[in-house]
Design a protein around this ligand. Structure first.
Ligand code: XMP
Length: 510
């Protein structure tokens, strides 16, 4: 792999993704990892990421200069660039002045910047800057605030830049990263979805042998792709369990039961538990209470189904759709899986006596989608927006019952249909529709007075759901959705738009 050394800023994940977009596998490692341990991973190159603004900052992480005693190619970015310059005997000027945001790079060619325009917009965020490049390095660019903004040494296969090539504001950034990977480090771009599948399939076969495997399907992308991958590896040794809690959107249960099975040939055990879930939810209005009930019932149902299956065929493994960001956030990939309770309905219990298979634990969400497409899963399934485990129960403000679920389902389907028809599906992270079931307002329809419920449209744009902004959907689209909902769903006579970012609002209303 290419190792991205994380110096503690936000940039390491972004760099890792950009490297992968260049079809080269990358992993993030903490800066505290000893050089010997990094080298043990047999890296094709090491990228030192951004971090604090200055190598002189108190407590700034140090770079083990021992790294440069080896001939692994190294690319330094921002803080990593300064740390590298210092470790190799260059000079970092402690200026105290800052250069921040978009600036123009004056390029003088070289390999990294070859054939790129002489004046390039780049994104900077640094305090100190490199004043003198280390011996053997050619300075290939400067900016007003950084006399040495890029350098390279083709013999040792090392290069660095003061700006951030990984951010979109640096217009040719991806091009530069590719030049480092392909032309300076000499790496081949072979990390493609079909290669990933091939590798994972071999690994799963080796891990599982002839044992039996179980997987819980949620209807979401991650579990669907994880199961499809495992199925490709071991076929009928896999059985999937799908718990229908009655809180899904229109067509979702059918999508799993028919389209998914048709596309994959997976053996599926469907448990219709809607009576049970709705029974326990009757009259409950408190959001946390709803979540707890759903989480508890989900585990009960899943365990019961797993026991029945286990009696039939002894199960040794459980498939989990854990993704790379979870692995990185929980400390970088060693030890047992730390699965956020968010990611399953309430999380599965620890005492389920199965070993885990996590075929997606090295992948980002968009890579999982690409894999799903390559595995032949239906487009609607692969491009599906995230949907919370507790389902529509936390989008009905008030108590949950079948009638209210049906009302919300109808409104939600219209919003989804129109968003898809507008072609803006992929611009939007999620588009919850929320039923204010305990609120009523007066309206007029035809000649008559109505006294119905409002629904809230909550389209949001986001990178990772940690922060979000309300999507500026075209007014015409919102008007169309509003018209259709009030015309087609009798109980709803008012449609409102949620214009709150996160924070302070969360994406879901409960
Ligand atoms: P909030 O509402 O906290 O949501 O801004 C952030 C993201 O998480 C989803 N979400 C959940 N997903 N189980 C899940 O699997 C849950 O209990 C849950 N609650 C929220 C939400 O849809 C959004 O994508």
């Amino acid at each position: 792999p290419v190792l991205v050394v994380d110096f503690g800023a936000q940039y390491a994940q972004l760099i890792a993704r950009r490297v992968r977009e260049a079809r080269v596998y990358s992993e993030i490692v903490p800066h505290s990892m000893p050089v010997a341990e990094m080298l043990a991973k047999n890296p094709a190159a090491i990228i030192l990421s951004g971090g604090p603004s200055s190598v002189y900052e108190p407590g700034a992480p140090t770079l083990d200069a021992g790294l440069f005693a080896h001939d692994v190619p190294v690319f330094g970015i921002c803080y990593g660039f300064q740390a590298m310059a210092q470790a190799l005997g260059g000079t970092v000027a402690h200026t105290g002045s800052r250069e921040y945001g978009r600036t123009l790079l004056e390029s003088r060619g070289g390999t990294l910047l070859r054939e790129l325009p002489a004046d390039l917009p780049v994104w900077m965020s640094h305090g100190d800057s490199v004043a003198v490049a280390p011996d053997g390095f050619t300075v290939t660019a400067s900016t007003p605030g950084a006399p040495v903004a890029a350098f390279e040494d083709l013999t040792s296969k090392r290069a660095g830049v003061q700006f951030h090539p990984e951010v979109a504001h640096t217009e040719q950034g991806q091009e530069m990263l590719k030049r480092f990977l392909y032309d300076i480090a000499g790496i081949e771009p072979t990390w493609t979805p079909d290669n990933i599948i091939e590798e994972q399939v071999a690994r799963i076969r080796e891990q599982v042998g002839d044992k039996q495997v179980i997987c819980g399907l949620s209807g979401g992308v991650d579990s669907a792709v994880a199961a499809a991958l495992v199925h490709k590896a071991i076929g009928d040794q896999l059985t999937c369990i799908f718990v229908d809690h009655g809180l899904l959107r229109a067509g979702e249960a059918e999508q799993v039961e028919k389209d998914y099975v048709a596309a994959t040939g997976i053996r599926l055990k469907v448990v219709d538990a809607s009576e049970q879930f709705l029974g326990h939810l009757a009259g409950v209005t408190d959001p946390e209470q709803k979540r707890k009930i759903i989480g508890r019932e989900f585990i009960r149902t899943f365990e019961q189904a797993a026991r029945e299956l286990d009696a039939e065929r002894h199960i040794e493994f459980l498939v989990q759709g854990t993704l790379y960001p979870d692995v990185v956030e929980s400390g970088g990939g060693t030890g047992t899986a730390n699965i956020k309770s968010h990611h399953n309905v309430g999380g599965l219990p620890d005492d389920l006596q199965f070993a885990l298979i996590e075929p997606l634990r090295t992948l980002f969400k968009d890579e999982v989608r690409a894999l799903g497409a390559e595995l032949g899963l239906p487009e609607e399934m692969v491009q599906r927006h995230p949907f919370p485990g507790p389902g529509l129960a936390i989008r009905i403000i008030g108590a949950v019952d079948r009638e209210r679920l049906d009302i919300l389902r109808s409104a939600d389907l219209i919003a989804r249909e129109e968003l898809a028809a507008s072609g803006l599906d992929r611009e939007v992270w999620q588009f919850p529709v929320v039923l204010l079931a305990d609120v009523r307002s007066v309206g007029v329809q035809g000649d008559g007075r109505t006294y119905g419920h409002p629904v809230v449209l909550r389209p949001v744009s986001s990178e990772d759901a940690m922060t979000a902004d309300w999507s500026r959907l075209p007014y015409d689209l919102i008007a169309k959705i509003s018209n259709r909902i009030t015309n087609e769903v009798r109980e709803i006579n008012r449609v409102v738009l949620d214009v709150t970012s996160k924070p302070p609002g969360t994406i879901e209303w409960e």
